[in-house]
Ligand binder design. Structure first.
Ligand code: KIV
Length: 240
Protein backbone atom coordinates (compact mmCIF):
# COMPACT_ATOMS: atom_id res chain seq x y z
CA UNK A 1 0.00 0.00 0.00
CA UNK A 2 1.15 3.54 -0.76
CA UNK A 3 -0.43 6.93 -0.21
CA UNK A 4 -1.60 9.24 -2.97
CA UNK A 5 -3.28 12.62 -2.80
CA UNK A 6 -3.95 13.57 -6.41
CA UNK A 7 -5.02 12.04 -9.68
CA UNK A 8 -1.60 11.86 -11.38
CA UNK A 9 0.21 10.03 -8.60
CA UNK A 10 -2.82 7.82 -7.97
CA UNK A 11 -2.74 6.80 -11.64
CA UNK A 12 1.00 6.03 -11.46
CA UNK A 13 0.58 4.03 -8.22
CA UNK A 14 -2.32 2.14 -9.76
CA UNK A 15 -0.18 1.35 -12.84
CA UNK A 16 2.62 0.21 -10.49
CA UNK A 17 0.32 -2.51 -9.20
CA UNK A 18 -0.34 -1.63 -5.56
CA UNK A 19 -3.10 -3.63 -3.88
CA UNK A 20 -4.31 -0.54 -2.08
CA UNK A 21 -3.87 3.23 -2.36
CA UNK A 22 -4.43 5.27 0.79
CA UNK A 23 -5.59 8.86 0.73
CA UNK A 24 -3.90 9.40 4.08
CA UNK A 25 -4.52 12.38 6.30
CA UNK A 26 -0.71 12.66 6.03
CA UNK A 27 -1.78 14.98 3.22
CA UNK A 28 -1.83 17.56 6.02
CA UNK A 29 1.94 17.20 6.41
CA UNK A 30 3.15 16.47 2.91
CA UNK A 31 0.70 18.35 0.69
CA UNK A 32 -0.77 21.12 2.82
CA UNK A 33 2.41 21.86 4.82
CA UNK A 34 0.87 21.55 8.29
CA UNK A 35 2.99 20.41 11.25
CA UNK A 36 0.63 17.47 11.93
CA UNK A 37 -2.49 15.73 10.64
CA UNK A 38 -4.68 17.44 13.22
CA UNK A 39 -5.82 20.44 11.11
CA UNK A 40 -6.98 18.20 8.23
CA UNK A 41 -10.74 18.45 7.74
CA UNK A 42 -13.34 16.15 6.25
CA UNK A 43 -13.71 18.68 3.42
CA UNK A 44 -9.94 18.40 2.72
CA UNK A 45 -10.17 14.61 2.65
CA UNK A 46 -13.27 14.66 0.43
CA UNK A 47 -11.53 16.97 -2.07
CA UNK A 48 -8.47 14.71 -2.33
CA UNK A 49 -10.47 11.46 -2.40
CA UNK A 50 -12.40 12.80 -5.41
CA UNK A 51 -9.10 13.60 -7.16
CA UNK A 52 -7.50 10.23 -6.37
CA UNK A 53 -10.65 8.39 -7.49
CA UNK A 54 -10.17 9.73 -11.00
CA UNK A 55 -6.71 8.11 -11.17
CA UNK A 56 -7.43 4.71 -9.60
CA UNK A 57 -8.74 1.90 -11.79
CA UNK A 58 -7.68 -1.30 -10.05
CA UNK A 59 -6.33 -0.72 -6.53
CA UNK A 60 -8.50 -0.58 -3.42
CA UNK A 61 -8.94 3.11 -2.54
CA UNK A 62 -8.86 3.62 1.23
CA UNK A 63 -9.51 7.05 2.76
CA UNK A 64 -8.54 8.28 6.23
CA UNK A 65 -11.21 9.65 8.51
CA UNK A 66 -9.56 12.87 9.73
CA UNK A 67 -9.23 14.05 13.31
CA UNK A 68 -12.58 15.25 14.66
CA UNK A 69 -14.71 13.36 12.15
CA UNK A 70 -15.36 10.26 14.28
CA UNK A 71 -14.21 10.97 17.85
CA UNK A 72 -17.49 12.49 19.04
CA UNK A 73 -19.63 9.41 18.52
CA UNK A 74 -21.10 6.72 16.39
CA UNK A 75 -23.44 8.83 14.27
CA UNK A 76 -20.80 11.38 13.26
CA UNK A 77 -18.39 8.51 12.50
CA UNK A 78 -20.92 6.89 10.16
CA UNK A 79 -21.81 10.25 8.54
CA UNK A 80 -18.12 11.00 7.93
CA UNK A 81 -17.48 7.55 6.48
CA UNK A 82 -20.51 7.93 4.19
CA UNK A 83 -19.14 11.30 2.99
CA UNK A 84 -15.81 9.73 2.00
CA UNK A 85 -17.52 6.78 0.31
CA UNK A 86 -19.70 9.17 -1.72
CA UNK A 87 -16.49 10.98 -2.75
CA UNK A 88 -15.19 7.71 -4.20
CA UNK A 89 -13.48 5.71 -1.44
CA UNK A 90 -13.83 1.93 -1.38
CA UNK A 91 -13.08 1.79 2.36
CA UNK A 92 -12.18 4.07 5.27
CA UNK A 93 -9.52 3.96 7.99
CA UNK A 94 -9.62 5.38 11.51
CA UNK A 95 -7.09 5.52 14.33
CA UNK A 96 -7.29 4.02 17.80
CA UNK A 97 -9.72 2.29 20.11
CA UNK A 98 -13.01 3.44 18.60
CA UNK A 99 -14.67 0.04 18.68
CA UNK A 100 -18.31 1.26 18.71
CA UNK A 101 -17.56 3.56 15.78
CA UNK A 102 -15.84 0.72 13.86
CA UNK A 103 -18.85 -1.54 14.51
CA UNK A 104 -21.31 1.14 13.35
CA UNK A 105 -19.37 1.93 10.16
CA UNK A 106 -19.10 -1.81 9.43
CA UNK A 107 -22.85 -2.19 10.06
CA UNK A 108 -23.49 0.60 7.54
CA UNK A 109 -21.86 -1.62 4.90
CA UNK A 110 -18.60 0.30 4.73
CA UNK A 111 -15.29 -1.62 4.89
CA UNK A 112 -13.28 -0.13 7.73
CA UNK A 113 -9.58 -0.44 8.52
CA UNK A 114 -7.96 0.12 11.94
CA UNK A 115 -4.71 1.90 12.79
CA UNK A 116 -2.79 1.08 16.00
CA UNK A 117 0.55 1.76 17.64
CA UNK A 118 1.66 5.31 16.95
CA UNK A 119 -1.51 7.05 15.75
CA UNK A 120 -0.55 10.49 14.38
CA UNK A 121 -3.85 12.16 15.32
CA UNK A 122 -2.87 11.60 18.99
CA UNK A 123 0.64 13.02 18.58
CA UNK A 124 0.16 15.49 21.44
CA UNK A 125 -0.90 12.73 23.80
CA UNK A 126 2.21 10.72 22.81
CA UNK A 127 4.46 13.78 23.15
CA UNK A 128 5.90 13.44 19.63
CA UNK A 129 6.74 10.75 17.06
CA UNK A 130 7.56 7.93 19.47
CA UNK A 131 7.65 4.17 19.13
CA UNK A 132 4.65 2.64 20.94
CA UNK A 133 4.12 -0.81 22.43
CA UNK A 134 7.37 -1.26 24.30
CA UNK A 135 7.16 -3.15 27.61
CA UNK A 136 3.80 -3.17 29.36
CA UNK A 137 2.08 -1.21 26.52
CA UNK A 138 2.38 -4.21 24.23
CA UNK A 139 -0.50 -6.18 25.76
CA UNK A 140 -2.87 -3.21 25.49
CA UNK A 141 -2.09 -2.75 21.79
CA UNK A 142 -2.50 -6.48 21.11
CA UNK A 143 -5.85 -6.52 22.95
CA UNK A 144 -7.04 -3.43 21.06
CA UNK A 145 -6.26 -4.99 17.68
CA UNK A 146 -8.13 -8.15 18.69
CA UNK A 147 -11.17 -6.12 19.81
CA UNK A 148 -11.10 -4.18 16.53
CA UNK A 149 -11.05 -7.44 14.59
CA UNK A 150 -14.06 -8.67 16.55
CA UNK A 151 -16.10 -5.58 15.68
CA UNK A 152 -15.39 -5.71 11.97
CA UNK A 153 -12.12 -4.22 10.66
CA UNK A 154 -10.98 -5.84 7.40
CA UNK A 155 -7.32 -5.00 8.07
CA UNK A 156 -5.18 -2.65 10.11
CA UNK A 157 -2.15 -0.42 9.96
CA UNK A 158 0.52 -0.96 12.63
CA UNK A 159 2.70 2.14 12.96
CA UNK A 160 5.97 2.55 14.87
CA UNK A 161 5.85 -0.55 17.04
CA UNK A 162 8.58 -3.13 17.74
CA UNK A 163 8.72 -5.79 15.02
CA UNK A 164 8.30 -8.57 17.59
CA UNK A 165 4.98 -7.08 18.72
CA UNK A 166 3.93 -6.74 15.08
CA UNK A 167 4.70 -10.45 14.66
CA UNK A 168 2.58 -11.40 17.68
CA UNK A 169 -0.33 -9.26 16.45
CA UNK A 170 -0.04 -10.57 12.88
CA UNK A 171 -0.03 -14.17 14.13
CA UNK A 172 -3.02 -13.60 16.39
CA UNK A 173 -5.32 -11.99 13.79
CA UNK A 174 -7.06 -13.32 10.70
CA UNK A 175 -7.21 -9.90 9.03
CA UNK A 176 -4.06 -8.55 7.34
CA UNK A 177 -1.65 -6.23 9.14
CA UNK A 178 -0.01 -3.45 7.14
CA UNK A 179 3.13 -2.06 8.76
CA UNK A 180 4.91 1.28 8.72
CA UNK A 181 7.88 1.29 11.05
CA UNK A 182 6.67 -2.07 12.35
CA UNK A 183 9.31 -4.36 10.81
CA UNK A 184 9.10 -7.25 8.38
CA UNK A 185 6.60 -9.37 10.31
CA UNK A 186 3.46 -7.71 8.93
CA UNK A 187 1.34 -9.06 6.08
CA UNK A 188 2.00 -5.90 4.04
CA UNK A 189 3.69 -2.52 4.19
CA UNK A 190 2.56 1.08 3.65
CA UNK A 191 4.65 4.16 2.96
CA UNK A 192 3.94 7.82 2.35
CA UNK A 193 4.58 8.44 -1.35
CA UNK A 194 6.55 11.66 -0.72
CA UNK A 195 8.96 9.69 1.49
CA UNK A 196 9.62 6.88 -0.96
CA UNK A 197 10.11 9.38 -3.79
CA UNK A 198 12.48 11.44 -1.62
CA UNK A 199 10.48 14.65 -2.10
CA UNK A 200 10.69 15.93 1.47
CA UNK A 201 13.51 17.48 3.49
CA UNK A 202 13.18 15.13 6.47
CA UNK A 203 14.39 11.50 6.35
CA UNK A 204 12.57 9.17 8.79
CA UNK A 205 14.15 5.94 10.07
CA UNK A 206 10.99 4.01 9.16
CA UNK A 207 10.77 5.42 5.64
CA UNK A 208 12.28 3.87 2.54
CA UNK A 209 13.64 6.18 -0.15
CA UNK A 210 13.57 4.82 -3.70
CA UNK A 211 14.23 8.04 -5.64
CA UNK A 212 16.17 11.25 -5.08
CA UNK A 213 13.00 13.06 -6.12
CA UNK A 214 13.61 16.45 -4.53
CA UNK A 215 16.95 16.94 -6.30
CA UNK A 216 15.67 15.50 -9.59
CA UNK A 217 12.63 17.78 -9.60
CA UNK A 218 14.68 20.85 -8.62
CA UNK A 219 17.25 20.08 -11.36
CA UNK A 220 14.50 19.72 -13.93
CA UNK A 221 12.91 23.01 -12.88
CA UNK A 222 16.29 24.78 -12.99
CA UNK A 223 16.96 23.33 -16.46
CA UNK A 224 13.61 24.67 -17.66
CA UNK A 225 14.22 28.08 -16.07
CA UNK A 226 17.74 28.28 -17.60
CA UNK A 227 16.50 27.19 -21.02
CA UNK A 228 13.94 30.00 -21.03
CA UNK A 229 16.57 32.52 -19.82
CA UNK A 230 18.91 31.48 -22.65
CA UNK A 231 16.08 31.51 -25.23
CA UNK A 232 16.63 27.77 -25.81
CA UNK A 233 13.00 27.05 -24.97
CA UNK A 234 10.50 27.16 -26.56
CA UNK A 235 11.93 26.01 -29.89
CA UNK A 236 10.34 25.85 -33.32
CA UNK A 237 9.04 22.38 -32.45
CA UNK A 238 7.13 23.80 -29.47
CA UNK A 239 5.62 26.56 -31.56
CA UNK A 240 2.60 26.83 -33.90
O1 KIV B 1 -2.01 9.21 6.80
C1 KIV B 1 -1.24 8.31 6.39
O2 KIV B 1 -0.50 8.45 5.43
C2 KIV B 1 -1.25 7.05 7.13
C3 KIV B 1 -0.13 6.10 6.84
C4 KIV B 1 1.11 6.58 7.47
C5 KIV B 1 -0.47 4.74 7.24
O3 KIV B 1 -2.10 6.83 7.93
Amino acid sequence: MVTAYDSTFAEIADEAGFDAILVGDSLGNVVLGYPSTIPVTLADMTHHVRAVRTGVRRSLLIADLPFGSYQSGVSSAVDSAVTLMKAGADAVKLEGNYFDEIAAIHKAGIPVMGHFGFTPQSIHQFGGHKVQGRGSQADAILAATQSAEQVGIFGLVLELIPSELARVITDSLLVPTIGIGAGVNCDGQVQVINDILGLGTVRYKHAGQFLDGRNLVRDALMNYRDAVSKAEFPTESNSF
